[in-house]
Design a protein around this ligand. Structure first.
Ligand SMILES: O=P(O)(O)OC[C@H]1O[C@H](OP(=O)(O)OP(=O)(O)O)[C@H](O)[C@@H]1O
Ligand SMILES: O=C(O)c1cc(=O)[nH]c(=O)[nH]1
Length: 222
């Protein structure tokens, strides 16, 4: 088993043990995008386990290396879900870290990006490279908004790296349009493989989820 596959296996095990991944076909969860969906992954729960924190830092660094970005100069987390994960990676790689708010702060120093030294003006990154770290990718809108903010602040964004992605084609197309790759340690199709192999969900739930994933944005319209 590759190093990343082993990290993936352990992170799925911990997520399922913690109850971070929840299914409810009858009372769906409201997502940030407003859609009501039958599954929710609270990846923030992983932060409660030192073991998971280590695996996340290792997994993100491996993904960066696999994609040739080990020389990146900045790690930027998407607020709020991506902040802690970005910090874990920045600490491991001993790199500067920032986080990107969804809205500009309306008091204090009026920042949208926190952690940039100097005036944090439009060109705060001064042409340096950055990667954007997010916890979950559903539609990809939150991460791509942060990418745009980091670009506007003068960074060359090398890619987006995340803990868990639903791997929807809608998100993949949005990243392609933004000229960016998004790589995840864990994905929904891998989750289904993991739970099926270990018989962790009822087979009818697995089938329903597989069906849902083909046309997720039609879920309640069916
Ligand atoms: O790909 P998307 O469709 O944008 O959805 C994913 C986003 O949703 C969640 O954030 P949420 O807005 O719930 O806030 P939080 O990070 O502050 O918990 C998650 O942390 C991602 O940022
Ligand atoms: O799209 C979302 O809001 C979302 C989905 C999910 O599974 N987990 C999460 O934290 N956010």
């Amino acid at each position: 088993m590759s190093e990343l596959a082993e990290i993936r296996r352990q992170l799925f095990d911990i997520s399922l043990e913690l109850g971070a991944i929840r299914l409810d076909m009858n009372f769906p969860f409201r997502w940030a995008s407003g859609y009501m969906m039958p599954i929710y992954n609270d990846s923030r729960l992983l932060l409660s386990r030192p073991k998971a924190r280590g695996l996340i830092a290792e997994g993100l660094e491996l993904l960066l290396r696999q994609n040739g970005h080990q020389q990146v100069e900045n790690i930027a987390g998407v607020a709020t879900g991506g902040i802690a994960h970005a910090l874990l990676l920045a600490e491991r790689m001993q790199l500067p870290m920032q986080y990107v708010r969804s809205e500009t702060k309306m008091h204090g120093l009026s920042h949208k990006i926190e952690g940039l030294p100097g005036s944090c003006g439009e060109a705060g990154y001064k042409g340096q490279s950055a990667v954007v770290i997010e916890d979950v990718i559903s539609t990809g809108e939150s991460a791509l908004r942060a990418v745009e903010t980091v670009r506007q602040a003068g960074a060359e964004v090398k890619g987006c790296f995340v803990i868990y992605s639903y791997a929807f084609s809608k998100a993949e197309e949005a990243f392609t349009k933004a000229g960016l790759t998004c790589r995840a340690i864990l994905s929904f199709p891998e989750l289904l493989g993991h739970v099926e192999q270990q018989n962790l969900f009822r087979q009818e739930d697995v089938e329903q989820l597989r069906h849902w994933h083909r046309q997720p944005f039609m879920y309640l319209a069916e």
